[in-house]
Ligand binder design. Sequence first.
Ligand code: NAP
Length: 548
Amino acid sequence: MSDRPDVLIVGAGFAGMYAVHRFRSLGLSVKVLEAGSDVGGTWYWNRYPGARCDVPSLEYSYGFSPQLEQEWDWPEVFSAQEDILRYANHVADRFDLRRDMQFDTRVTAVEYLDDVHRWRLTTERGETLEAPFCVMATGCLSVPVKPDIPGAATFAGEVYHTGTWPHHDVDLAGKRVAIIGTGSSGVQAIPELARQAAHLTVFQRTPVYTIPANRKRMRAEVQDEFREHYREIREMQQNNQGGVSNFRPIKSVRRANVSPSNAFPARLLDLTPEQRHATMERFGLGALLGFRDIYTDPDANEIANDLYRETVLTMVRDPETAERLLPKTYGLGCKRQVLDRDYYDTFNRDNVTLIDLTETPIESITSRGVRTTTGHYEADVIVYATGFDAMTGALLRANIRGRNGRKLEDKWRDGPVAYLGLQMSGFPNLFTVTGPGSPSVLCNMLVAIEQHVNWIAECIDYLRTHDVGSIEPLRTSEVEWVAHVNEVAEGTMYTAPSCNSWYLGANIPGKPRIFMPYVGGYPRYRARCEQEAANGYPGFALGDRLSP
Ligand code: NAP
């Protein structure tokens, strides 16, 4: 590991891992600092029971190495956390990534040194490291948040957050478990916790729209067909709004004698009310994923929300519990779509109780459980599934200071300002992977990560070969880009006034309400990045090298 690397990278998740490989290929020396004890990022930390990915694994995988694509076997269509982490470890071994990584090292400050034009990183242990380039590969959902509930510190039992689940086995047998939060993590964890615990009490503030996940094992012939077509599939990903190819393994579908699932038209509004109900009866909640107009047409959205609610009422036996589980204050498409395994059926179990916090809010946590305005719920374990300070959290927590000591926190006081989610003016040679203003969380993350890392690598290479010392966006570029990011988000389901999501920072008290990811689609975004590079970075200021 180099003591004077060309590039310092913060984070050894999928972004930091690929950055090591890609930068090395250009002859750059790198050093990664990672708070965890190993690679994997999200998949290293989020080990709660039921954790899995909602993008098919054959697509949620690196595309940079054809050999890797051919040699890795995915056991399921949508992989569980442990399988994705196994993949991350395989990649780290195969490309010998760990030799440039320092684990158990949390970065506490990232400062630009004006006089020497270098970045200095300080770690929790007081160590300092310097390099001319710094890449923040810190993830979009990596800072778990716990609500500030009076008395929380007095709880005498075990406390876990889904985003920092322990690495040892957690034995819940015979225990009373309370879980707070019903977003993607909560919805995945709840069925598993209910199976393991003596009793599970679910504290729900906002009911969720969740659709049953595809739970198929991987068939060898499907995997083979993907492998055969991987180059074409990667190309399709590059031209898809969300970075997924939607490749259909025609041969294996035919061989298995499965009928293709184009059973209904693409628009919900094209169906008569009778056809809509028949479709829901036949295909269940999953049918709603097939209609594109649900996400673009408010009338279709309203109808879909009603169909959703009617269907849930048939899935949960106790009518009062069913009624409480119905999302009513916002529509489908406002939040990240949640996928589940047995979520609603879990509320038919005798050992599960649902508490609706809109009726009876939590007042405090006591040494023995959770007190709401109408009762006290005894618990041996409290699980917080309360989400993350998304997209900006990890960057702000790193205490980044740019030119003249300017704090990123001050620059972003009214919301994140960055050009293409890649760089900020006043912070030369500092790059963010999948930063705010890029498609990131609206895209297949692996595709978004590879595109960003490739762009950054080629940019650094350009600077070296053109004898340029530094790069940072023009102030006008980032202001215009932020305006464009807001403009394309305006009028979508994501920014409806009834919508409160972490995309908007609405889950963090005091966080400016700004739609952070770029909703204009991955291909359009990619084209813009490519245009910048091809034209010699006209939206950026390029600075001279310091004389030696
Ligand atoms: P989340 O979507 O932000 O959900 C947090 C939950 O905690 C919400 O139900 C929220 O209620 C609740 N909550 C927060 N503060 C609370 C409080 N003070 N009192 C009561 N309830 C409170 O977080 P997440 O579930 O961890 O998911 C975050 C994102 O991670 C997902 O959207 C997804 O992008 C990603 N993720 C993906 C997968 C997957 O691939 N399948 C799995 C897990 C996570 P309100 O809605 O009322 O705020």
